[in-house]
Design a protein around this ligand. Structure first.
Ligand SMILES: C[S@@+](CC[C@H](N)C(=O)[O-])C[C@H]1O[C@@H](n2cnc3c(N)ncnc32)[C@H](O)[C@@H]1O
Length: 212
């Protein structure tokens, strides 16, 4: 497909229709060797977390997973030895289901990222904030909340605008934040902003992170 062809977010529509059929989002390996196949591939989940300098041994560390959804990243942090709190704006029954199947002790709370603070959740060595930013009407406020509880680092991952989404090569390095008023983000109605990568880093610095 050429860079500015019809709908560069067609894949989002495909994911959405698969999810609406009632499937899992995350994929999982179960203790008996069987697998749950979600819309998201296990290899992709492993690759996404491997982008961040998160140690394999997290013994003695506290991790917060913001917007955990089915929870694969939470359980992966627990597998590495961390004590984990997973939060999400909506209470997902699949999280309880898979937590039980995995014999996990990850704590799960229904909590909006805007409510995250040292008073409500305490402090964490690592905060995962993956795949959530572009779902938010107040991305900078959310990053401030994430920064307020992160002691060592936050893994911030987002959809970012590129040339594929209509940016010119001159615009791409700029601090641009595109706003989606309707469902023009692949048919999604809960996607509001998409930053360029440079913008995302700038937002993180403004939110209080010493280095991004
Ligand atoms: C695209 S999923 C990302 C799931 C997972 N973190 C990942 O990267 O695979 C976005 C998740 O963020 C949650 N979410 C959206 N807005 C939120 C908010 N204001 N506070 C907390 N969670 C939110 C959604 O309910 C959903 O579970």
């Amino acid at each position: 497909m050429t860079s500015r062809e019809a709908d560069p977010l067609r894949y989002v529509r495909e994911w959405r229709s698969r999810l609406l059929q009632g499937g899992w989002w995350h994929s999982f390996e179960l203790p008996d060797g069987s697998r749950i196949q979600g819309v998201s591939e296990l290899a992709s989940q492993k690759m996404r977390i491997a982008q961040f300098p998160i140690p394999q041994d997290l013994a003695g560390k506290r991790v917060l997973d913001v917007g955990a959804w089915d929870g694969w990243f939470s359980f992966e942090m627990e597998r590495r030895g961390a004590e984990v709190l997973a939060i999400d704006r909506f209470e997902n029954p699949r999280f309880y289901e898979i937590r039980s199947m995995l014999g996990s002790r990850v704590e799960y709370r229904q909590l909006d990222v805007y409510e995250v603070s040292p008073r409500t959740v305490g402090y964490f060595d690592i905060v995962l904030f993956m795949g959530v930013l572009y779902h938010l009407k107040h991305p900078l406020l959310a990053l401030e909340r994430v920064c307020s509880v992160a002691r060592e680092m936050a893994a911030v991952e987002s959809f970012v605008l590129t040339e594929q989404h209509g940016l010119t090569p001159e615009q791409e390095p700029g601090n641009l934040l595109r706003y989606f008023e309707d469902d023009d983000f692949g048919g999604q109605v809960d996607n509001w902003f998409a930053p360029t990568a440079a913008c995302m880093l700038a937002l993180c610095r403004t939110a209080g992170f010493a280095r991004a």
